[in-house]
Design a protein around this ligand. Structure first.
Ligand code: MIC
Ligand code: SF4
Length: 643
């Protein structure tokens, strides 16, 4: 039986376990990446793990999220990360270099390698044929310390691409189409693998857009073959030596197969407030828009921005529209300055902002009240833009640019604007990475720790009887943005969990934090796909700080489930989804004999308020059981080291 590309790469990295769906395996991690909003926690954890130097082939610390330095907090975090990077032989990318995923693609991604990143969009590297997985910060810290990562083997969904995209339809429309088919939970427990004749019509930057936004499917990762387009991309980055050809076997068998004819893809948009709420621009109609934001790790590549510049050249942004553009990297910005495209954008009336995540994570450029904002980003969760009543639509760069001119949502194919084909161009790298030698002597570099940086919270060992009060009942598809919101107000506190926890769930129920403090020991009831979205472990650490002991939900998103276990909080799944309806705020729940029960497939929870009992599926691996018993991953590792 032929092998999928995903399993070939996993097999090459297998350290232990059997490579079949659902089994727990440990793989070798070749590369890691961190960014600053999750990075402070990662490096606090790395320090706590007493690591000398990292065990990976390459680890990079990027600064790209918290680049608004409105007070000392973000700048202190940058200095802390830089100092720890130096101590452990981690490369450091200064703020302004660009967005981690775009920079990693340009500078370090290698086909066939594994990459673990403390950001959910790490799968961007799949565009180069990597197995690139997003994970919680602690998993990344451990991957740096040990060079390994354990995961449950995903199934593989095959997406066969045929045909060629029409003009004005782009890679963004392909992934929006896939999101419409699979929804935001359709990828959970799966790797999405692309193959077929249509692949060769997509550039590496197109492929990276598709694998990047595969995160919104809930997939473990997404991967493309590595072919002549990959070689050309690497050659233009001055790294042809990193090329290796990779593909699935002709007769590879996929758990599920989807066929997409690229020539039938129309310009699409994800409507408020979910990336899978997709329809064609033609069906949505010419709604009036107030803001257009182009950039983010999904759509800020050279090819994307050159298309935008070609559309805007000699034209004007509509007087009632604010157009903001954040390039993915300083290299792209320099290229566009050199070839004149930057001037075309500026003359058209675009506001050029820093090469960083920027508005994608609510760091500035929040739209006005009730605004319609078109964004080339990957997430349009309610309030993520910083304006709670704004309506955010996710679109391609082509659609964003043409709509900025007309002032209404526009399908470019209905206009007479010419859209030239844009090839990836050669560019000299920007020499602003700080390369820390792998054997940097730790003792020589002091950790720079600003006053806002607090230790990360640690749990205590699992008690045998757990009593907890229901302090929140949430619906389906709750995001980690709902659990632990992020914007310019809160991001400076990513290294201060006690402060951050005051805002936990504030958008859903702003009494949550105070209710938890009063209850002391708490439980959360969740719907389907609880914890989708970002990898931020703060969505587990803040509840931990507030006393949350377990969460019973209809299902969990992958990264958040791991983050909960890493923090010693039990993610439990209703055996009977109807029990969800039975539970209410204030109910007192008890788990007896917790140490025995968590080793069984189903545990019993008693509702002391109503007298009823519920059964919840544990589905914990042996390792997960041990971590929960010890009160989280750090305790487990520290204890193991002392044995
Ligand atoms: C996001 O896009 O939500 C983020 C901000 O990049 C997060 C990381 C974080 O919350 O710090 C992610 O995608 O993992
Ligand atoms: Fe940054 Fe947005 Fe990408 Fe997250 S999704 S890494 S915030 S650009």
């Amino acid at each position: 039986m032929g092998k999928t590309l995903a399993y070939k790469i996993l097999a090459n990295h297998l350290i232990s376990g059997e490579l079949s769906p659902g089994n727990e395996i440990t793989i070798k991690i070749d590369q890691t990446l961190t960014q600053d909003s999750t990075g402070t926690m990662v490096y606090l954890q790395l320090e706590a793990l007493d690591t000398e130097k990292v065990k990976t082939e390459l680890s990079v610390a990027y600064i790209d999220h918290n680049t608004l330095q409105t007070g000392f907090e973000n700048a202190d975090d940058h200095a802390f990360i830089e100092s720890v990077a130096k101590r452990h032989g981690v490369l450091f990318s200064k703020p302004g270099n660009g967005i981690c995923h775009q920079l990693h693609l340009e500078n370090y991604g290698i086909p066939g390698k594994t990459l673990l990143g403390s950001d959910s969009h790490t799968p961007t590297g799949g565009g180069l044929g990597m197995i690139a997985i997003g994970a919680g910060g602690l998993d990344v810290a451990v991957a740096m310390a040990k060079g390994t990562y354990s995961l449950s083997v995903p199934k593989v969904i095959g997406i066969k691409l045929t045909g060629k995209l029409p003009l004005w339809s782009s890679a963004k429309d392909v992934i929006l189409h896939v999101l419409k088919i699979l929804t935001v939970k359709g990828g959970v427990g799966n790797i999405v693998e692309y193959f077929g004749d249509g692949v060769k019509t997509l550039s590496v930057t197109d492929r990276a857009t598709i694998t990047n936004m595969g995160a919104e499917l809930g997939a473990t990762t997404s991967v493309f073959p590595s072919d002549e387009n990959t070689r050309e991309y690497l050659r233009l980055q001055g790294r042809e030596h990193d090329f290796v050809a990779l593909a699935a076997d002709e007769d590879a068998v996929y758990g599920k197969l989807i066929e997409i004819n690229l020539s039938e893809i129309k310009p699409l948009a994800a409507m408020p407030h979910s990336p899978d709420n997709v329809d064609s621009i033609a069906n949505i109609g010419p709604i009036k828009i107030d803001q257009v934001a182009i950039g983010s790790c999904t759509n800020s590549s050279y090819t994307d921005l050159m298309k935008v510049a070609a559309i805007l050249k000699g034209r004007k942004v509509h007087p009632e529209v604010s157009l903001v553009i954040s390039p993915g990297s300083s290299r792209i910005m320099a290229q566009m300055a050199e070839n004149g495209a930057l001037a075309d954008l500026i003359r058209a009336g675009a506001r050029i902002i820093e090469n960083a995540c920027g508005p994608c994570i609510g760091m500035g450029q929040s739209p006005k009240s009730g605004a319609v904002s078109l964004r080339t980003f990957n997430r349009n969760f309610k309030g993520r833009s910083g304006t709670n009543d704004a309506s955010v639509y996710l679109v391609s760069p082509e659609t964003a640019a043409v709509s900025a001119i007309y002032g209404v949502l526009t399908d470019g194919s209905t206009t007479d604007i010419d859209l030239p084909h844009i090839d990836i161009a050669e560019a000299a790298p920007i020499a602003s990475f700080i390369v820390n030698p792998p054997a940097a002597p730790k003792a020589d570099t002091a950790v720079e720790m600003g006053p806002n940086i607090k230790p990360f919270p640690r749990n205590t060992a699992l008690p045998d009887k757990i009593t907890a009060q229901v302090t929140l009942k949430a619906g389906d598809n709750v995001t980690t943005d709902d659990i632990m919101p992020s914007d310019s107000r809160l991001l400076p506190y990513r290294s201060n969990v006690p402060h951050l926890s005051n805002y936990c769930f504030e958008k859903i129920d702003n009494a949550f934090a105070s209710r938890c403090r009063e209850a002391g020991s708490c439980a959360i009831i969740g719907g389907d796909n609880y914890g989708q979205g970002s990898s931020r472990e703060h969505a587990a650490l803040a509840p931990l700080h507030l006393g949350v002991k377990f969460i019973i939900a209809k299902s969990f998103a992958r990264i958040h489930r791991s983050n909960l276990i890493n923090s010693g909080i039990m993610p439990l799944v209703f055996e009977n989804a109807d029990d969800y309806n039975d539970l209410a705020l204030g109910h007192k729940l008890t788990i007896e004999n917790a140490h025995v029960q968590i080793k069984t497939p189903v545990i019993t929870i008693k509702n002391e308020t109503t007298g009823k009992t519920y059964r919840a599926i544990t589905n914990f691996s042996d390792l997960e059981i041990t971590m929960i018993e010890k009160g989280g991953k750090i305790n487990y590792i520290k204890d193991a080291a002392e044995v």
